[in-house]
Each structure stands twice: as structure tokens, then as C-alpha cells.
Design a protein around this ligand. Structure first.
Ligand code: 1GP
Length: 239
């Protein structure tokens, strides 16, 4: 399956909104895995993302194989570092943390990942990843040792997104951080979406249907839900 990105572009053109469920491999309740996958199957989710800022389990491949037994959604790696690569997934968001100035997360980890990825059939989707201030320090901020962009400097956020797309990133990801106190403000989503033509992903701190709709209404093409589903497997039935 090497058409994940094309499908994202077509969905954007058709204004079809997409939803990814982010699963942190360290937080999986293996005894409840099948039930969890059934919940995903009966939700509006269109994609599954797998990863986290810091993942210690060595069972990522096993997790993906189990998901694929029961679920047809494309599985994309969303890795915090090269140890989270698995050839069992369909593709990978090859993230460059362009809001930060830590060379490891701009190009360093990528040089370690490249020879590993070259031996897989994963669809590699270069993604400009922009961390936005969200009210308190998040894991991605701590681990990447980068400073998020201030929500009061919308121009800088827009220019970072534009530069990320001009550098060849095929997606821009506006990230408040997993479990963020505040999601990315609607106005920032709107301004960024108006100034780039590649699909826009938005995630971090979105806890209810209203938050998902707001992000879509302001220009997000794909919204990511992690913590809300992790805390409540009935999230998509009850939110
Ligand atoms: C994190 O954007 C994702 O990288 C999802 O965030 O866990 O807050 O939903 P939440």
C-alpha cells in the first residue's frame, strides 16, 4: 500500500476530513486490544498513528500485526526516535521538528533512520512538525529540548509552516503536544491552512467532538486524537 499520501491529497481536494487515532505502544492494554480495535472500527477514524515521544516497549511490530488482523485502516508510524521504526506498518510520518533548533530532531535522527527505512517498503511521508505553546510543558518539548512557538506570534508559525512546505515536506503537523492543556488555537489553524497547500494535520489536547469540529472548520485536514481515546475507549460514542 503506497498510496496513503495521494489519498490524503485527494481527501483534501474533496474537503473530506480525516481522523487519526494515536496509539502509544507503551500504554496498550494487551488484554483489551481486540475490544479497543473494535472501538476504532466503529469510530470515524480513517488512520491509525503509532508512536510517542518516548516509547520503551519492543512490541511495536507485534502491536501493528495485531491491529492489522482486525482493522483495515492504514497504520502510520509517528515516531519520537528511530527505535520506533517497524516494517509492519504501512508508512511513516518522517518528522522534522521545524519549530525547534535541535539538530537531532531536524536531521540527526533521520540519518540514523534512513538506512533502516531504505530496507523497508514503508511509504515515507516527510512531515514538517511544528510544536505550539499549549499552557504547560509537554513530553515532546522535554524530550526534544526545543521551545514551542508562541501562540502570540502567528506570523512566525505561518512562516515556519510555509518554509517547511517549501523545503519539501508533504504534510504540516501543528502539534500542541500529547495531553496538552490547550489545543492549537483555531485562529492559528486557520492562518496556517490559508498559507500552505499541503494537507494540514492538527493534534494535541483535543478532548471532545467540538474540538475536532473546530479544528476541521478552521482548516485542519486531519485531526489526531490520542489521550482522549486512551482515557476513554468509548470516546467516539460519547464525546
Ligand atoms: C500527540 O497530537 C497527538 O502527538 C495527540 O495528542 O494525546 O492530546 O490527543 P493528544
Amino acid at each position: 500500500m503506497k498510496n496513503i499520501y495521494n489519498a490524503l491529497v485527494i481527501a483534501k481536494k474533496q474537503n473530506q476530513k480525516l481522523l487519526a487515532i494515536l496509539l502509544d505502544p507503551d500504554k496498550i492494554d494487551w488484554d483489551m486490544l481486540q475490544q479497543m480495535i473494535e472501538k476504532i472500527n466503529s469510530s470515524d477514524a480513517t488512520h491509525i498513528f503509532i508512536g510517542g515521544s518516548l516509547v520503551t516497549t519492543t512490541r511495536i511490530g507485534e502491536l501493528i500485526l495485531q491491529i492489522k488482523r482486525f482493522c483495515k485502516l492504514p497504520v502510520l508510524l509517528f515516531p519520537g526516535n528511530p527505535s520506533q521504526i517497524s516494517d509492519k506498518a504501512d508508512g511513516i510520518l518522517f518528522l522534522s521538528l521545524i519549530s525547534g533548533r535541535n539538530p537531532d530532531f531536524l536531521i540527526g535522527h533521520h540519518t540514523i533512520a534512513a538506512p533502516v527505512l531504505a530496507k523497508t517498503a514503508l511509504e515515507i511521508i516527510p512531515t514538517g512538525y511544528i510544536l505550539i505553546e499549549s499552557g504547560s510543558e509537554t513530553a515532546v518539548e522535554t524530550i526534544s529540548k526545543t521551545v514551542p512557538l508562541s501562540i502570540s506570534d502567528i506570523d512566525k508559525i505561518v512562516h515556519t509552516a510555509q518554509a517547511g512546505a517549501m523545503l519539501g515536506n508533504k504534510l504540516i503537523y501543528l502539534e500542541a503536544g500529547s495531553g496538552a492543556k490547550n489545543a492549537v488555537p483555531s485562529e492559528i489553524i486557520r492562518k496556517v491552512s490559508e498559507n500552505i497547500s499541503v494537507p494540514l494535520i492538527v493534534g494535541g489536547g483535543i478532548r471532545n467532538r467540538q474540538g475536532i469540529s473546530d479544528a476541521f472548520d478552521h482548516g485542519a485536514d486531519l485531526v489526531v486524537i490520542g489521550t482522549a481515546f486512551e482515557n476513554n475507549p468509548d470516546f467516539f460514542e460519547t464525546a
